[in-house]
Design a protein around this ligand. Structure first.
Ligand code: HEM
Length: 143
């Protein structure tokens, strides 16, 4: 195993934490954004916050997590392991959730949000559940 394997893993975790933190914060912003009148100062402020969070934090963190994670897969041959197959399914769901959050941001930016505050509250729970599953699979490696 390469000497710098633990370094790649450390930066993989830093990127994953930033990605998940953003995925938890963005739907929270949507909950509050729902309650702001379209065209109001609050609504315009939320648009700026949402755009910056996605572009400056979430997108680069997701890209870095994937690149570093796939590098670890390559070095450790994790693709052979059952736990990784489980983790991979959860990662696909997490990445799809990322795509949906990005689409909803565009709807808000155009004052065309189609969902309720309650909807975004429920959506907010998904990254939490995925986080629990991903970390248990990667650390405990139950199968
Ligand atoms: C995006 C694609 C991802 C890929 C391809 C990937 C792949 C990997 C691989 C191969 C390892 C090395 C496991 C080992 O050395 O035993 C690893 C470690 C780890 N990953 Fe990921 N990962 C990804 C995303 C994530 C995310 C989003 C999280 C957290 C939410 C996460 C959490 C962890 C943790 C906690 C470890 C450390 C396991 C340990 O050494 O105990 N990963 N990942």
């Amino acid at each position: 195993m390469e000497l710098w394997y633990p370094w790649i893993k450390a930066f993989h975790l830093i990127a994953a934490i930033a990605w998940i933190a953003g995925m938890l914060y963005l739907p929270r912003l949507y909950v509050y954004h729902c309650e702001a009148e379209p065209g109001s100062v609050q609504s315009e402020t939320f648009k700026v916050m949402e755009r910056r969070l996605l572009r400056a934090i979430i997108n680069p963190a997701m890209a870095a997590t994937w690149v570093l994670g796939l590098w670890l897969v390559w070095l450790s041959e994790a693709w052979r392991a059952g736990w990784f197959h489980g983790k991979f399914v959860l990662l696909l769901i997490l990445s799809a959730a990322h795509g949906l959050l990005a689409r909803w941001r565009k709807d808000f930016a155009a004052d065309r949000n189609r969902h309720s505050a309650k909807f975004y509250r429920v959506v907010n729970e998904l990254p939490t559940l995925l986080l629990i599953g991903i970390v248990i699979l990667a650390v405990v490696k139950p199968f």
